[in-house]
Design a protein. Structure first.
Ligand code: ADP
Ligand code: 5GP
Length: 191
């Protein structure tokens, strides 16, 4: 008999769309689901916790991890590196635990290449103007980083069709309900 494994669910969206907000809610709704804590070389934001939101590492440490083949996927994003730990995903799904990844669009597509059963959810903003407004209101980026994120959003939105599920984040409550419905279906469906 085939051993059952947990599901891999990646949630992606252009920066500022609201994926962090939505994923945090999903972890409350599905407490057994494991959040894949990525490594990053960017600076910690106010309120973030090392080992919970990310593993904050130096560029040198990150490059060593690439050499050691520790990442299921990694990317240089803006001026920083981000990577998903292979061990984090594999140890959990082998224990039949489902893992949720909050990663960028290209990273999610890379995950699907390496784990074909992974399910990809794309969250999209109602408009560019609204996306820019949310990023500005979040007040976490410098002007340069803000511009890079907005420019990248266009490329990310063009890759949307490669995803399995789509949620518009216009009204946050509705987007949360829709994402919850999708995840519930993924968690209960057979391989
Ligand atoms: P991401 O993780 O995609 O970069 P965040 O979750 O950090 O985005 O959200 C970006 C900003 O937009 C945050 O300040 C968040 O509170 C806000 N936000 C999220 N969803 C909505 C929404 N539906 N309407 C208005 N603001 C939102
Ligand atoms: P932020 O700096 O806003 O936390 O994240 C910037 C972008 O990097 C977001 O789109 C976020 O989802 C993405 N990201 C976070 N972790 C990873 C990861 O491990 N791999 C990839 N490819 N992207 C990630």
């Amino acid at each position: 008999m085939k051993k059952s494994t947990g599901k891999i669910i990646a949630v992606s969206a252009p920066s500022g769309t609201g994926k962090t907000t939505i994923v945090k809610q999903m972890l409350k709704i599905f407490p057994a689901m494991i959040f894949s804590v990525s490594a990053t070389t960017r600076a910690m934001r106010a309120g973030e916790v090392n080992g919970k939101d990310y593993f904050f590492v130096s560029e040198e440490e990150f490059k060593k991890k690439i050499e050691n083949d520790e990442f299921a996927e990694w990317e240089r994003f803006y001026d920083y590196y981000y990577g998903t730990y292979k061990s984090y995903i594999e140890e959990n799904i082998n224990k039949n635990k489902s893992v949720i990844l909050e990663i960028d669009v290209k990273g999610a597509l890379e995950i699907k290449k390496n784990y074909s059963s992974a399910k990809l959810i794309f969250i999209y903003p109602p408009s560019y103007e609204e996306l820019a407004k949310r990023l500005k209101n979040r007040k976490t980026e410098t002007e340069v980083d803000f511009k890079k994120r907005i420019e990248r959003a266009k490329m990310e939105l063009s890759l949307k069709d490669k995803f399995d599920y789509f949620v518009e984040n216009k009204d946050l409550e509705k987007a949360i309900l829709e994402t919850e419905r999708i995840i519930r279906n993924i968690l209960t469906e057979d391989e």
